[in-house]
Unconditional design. Structure first.
Length: 256
């Protein structure tokens, strides 16, 4: 989850770029009027969303390259996502240059949160918490800072700007306490009932096979981490069999 400004009534999800751009712009609920204000607001929201996404992806990519020496597609994709997540709160109230800063910082925030979770031993393979909670929280705090002509960076003496910042902090903490508290109770009950985790065998096979009856990554001949040589051979044989079954109809059509 991530936090969005209640003033702008933006959602708590930021899907792919085209969806999120239309979503942020569409949240204005109007585009045509006699003054052109609605159209300008929608355009600004969509431009800021795209710029923040680009900044988040590039920042995460460069930071990962400098720290690990490698480029990670997953990090770049998550960087694009955090850029869109972080700009939701302020997409219609900040200038394009500010959206680049907000999205770029979000890329660094995501990497920092991801490293913290790894050190704490918290299982989050998709980095959902860094993407939505970390970047969303930063975006919510950034809106009252960068809001055009009304933000803290424009007038640090403005009591209204600091009031908005304080209300955003209070609102985000309230949402976090509620979401964390209810989730802790729910998953605690599931853990006590031994219904929280699947068996080790299912973990190795993958939940896709159990839930959907098919493997998600059938083209991977060998897993990156295998416990034994037998596991590697079993996974490789399964993948080759699945691949052959999928290619059989193609060969038949070609022969005809």
């Amino acid at each position: 989850m991530h936090f969005c400004s209640p003033l702008n009534k933006f959602s708590s999800k930021c899907p792919p770029l085209d969806h999120c751009s239309a979503f942020n712009g569409g949240s204005n609920l109007a585009i045509v009027d006699d003054t052109g204000v609605n159209g300008a607001t929608v355009a600004l929201a969509m431009v800021n969303t795209i710029l923040a996404a680009a900044a988040g992806g590039l920042t995460a990519c460069v930071a990962t390259k400098l720290t690990s020496g490698k480029l990670s597609l997953m990090i770049v994709i998550n960087g694009v996502l955090v850029g869109m997540v972080s700009i939701c709160a302020g997409c219609a109230s900040v200038r394009p240059w500010a959206s680049l800063i907000i999205g770029g910082v979000a890329g660094l925030v995501m990497i920092a949160w991801s490293n913290i979770l790894v050190r704490l031993g918290i299982d989050d393979p998709l980095d959902a918490v860094p993407v939505h909670l970390g970047a969303g929280w930063w975006g919510l705090l950034a809106q009252p800072m960068f809001a055009y002509r009304a933000g803290i960076f424009y007038d640090m003496q403005s009591p209204d700007a600091w009031d908005r910042f304080g209300w955003n902090v209070a609102g985000s903490v309230t949402i976090f306490v509620w979401a964390f508290g209810t989730a802790f109770i729910m998953f605690g009950i599931l853990k006590k009932a031994d219904a929280l985790r699947v068996s080790e065998e299912v973990e190795r096979q993958g939940l896709d096979l159990l839930e959907h009856g098919e493997k998600a990554y059938i083209y991977t001949s060998k897993p990156q981490q295998a416990q034994t040589e037998g596991d590697v051979e079993e996974a490789s044989g399964f993948a080759e069999t699945e691949l052959a079954q999928q290619q059989a109809p193609v060969r038949q059509v070609a022969s005809v």
